[in-house]
Design a binder for this molecule. Sequence first.
Ligand SMILES: Cc1cc2nc3c(=O)[nH]c(=O)nc-3n(C[C@H](O)[C@H](O)[C@H](O)COP(=O)(O)OP(=O)(O)OC[C@H]3O[C@@H](n4cnc5c(N)ncnc54)[C@H](O)[C@@H]3O)c2cc1C
Length: 296
Amino acid sequence: MLAVAPEFAVRVRRNEPLSRHTSWHVGGPAEVFFNPRDRGELAAFLRGVPADTPIHWIGLGSNLLVRDGGLQGVVISTHGTLDELSRLNETMVHAGAGVACARIARQCIKWGLGPAEFFAGIPGTLGGALAMNAGAFGGETWQHVRAVETIDRGGHEHRRAATEYHTGYRQVSAPASEEWFLAADLAFERRPGAHESEVRTLLERRKAAQPIGEWSCGSVFTNPPGDHAARLIEAAGLKGFRIGDASVSHKHANFIINHGQASAADLERLISHVRDTVARVHGVALHPEVRIVGVP
Ligand SMILES: Cc1cc2nc3c(=O)[nH]c(=O)nc-3n(C[C@H](O)[C@H](O)[C@H](O)COP(=O)(O)OP(=O)(O)OC[C@H]3O[C@@H](n4cnc5c(N)ncnc54)[C@H](O)[C@@H]3O)c2cc1C
């Protein structure tokens, strides 16, 4: 069993079901689940993790399929922590990795900054959005990043310019492996007239097109060049296709819904079925946007 120093005992849970921490509500246990109070505690904890122990990070689990066997090693949760959000100057904002993207959208509107409304459409943390280059309504996370602060498994902090990362559509390649986001400096423009109603309008539009409120991870597949995964899935006749308690949404074919009792294995089988069917029918290879991790 992985040893944990006694000073961390209150912040550590063993065999924590990750189904409690993912928007699909599936996922087996994390061997060790740690929710640090702050950076100092996080760094001290990381220094005590043996070099051969896997380390995973989780924000709000809105883009994660954790398999039923769970995750071995350590899971660092940023939920409710690393949540500083401040204004650096006229147009720059500093946000911790644990800040919910929707909060960034709301606060930027209050500060008269934009365009940040797109963050309201991403039900995750800034850390997850940085890892995914999350985007919505035509906006993308890394368009706004000027610098990030990271931490490595030795607990050492680094400050890196955005130019050190290669980013694309839902893709981020980092200059170093095993370095995770603590915070970012984000640049916006002055938008003195910005109003919360703009966010509400965007969210209403989205609610009309997507099964918001059901258990999903958003879009399962990235869009192939020049097309939409949802269109291809629907045209392959897969809307409503069901495995166990998981089905392809009738409202938006790139969403897969857990109706309550689906296992991660059901979801993964359905993802494979959709991918194989689209490849057979259309000759197009779909790639999962959702990150699939853990032991089957
Ligand atoms: C209803 C719904 C709608 C969605 N709509 C959109 C959308 O419009 N656009 C879009 O892009 N996404 C969308 N998503 C997907 C998801 O919200 C985003 O990918 C989001 O950025 C994930 O953030 P998270 O905090 O939940 O990350 P998690 O799901 O917890 O993790 C995702 C990945 O990020 C890594 N990670 C998390 N925190 C850190 C960190 N601090 N440092 C390094 N790595 C980290 C994790 O290890 C994992 O690999 C949607 C999801 C749902 C459920």
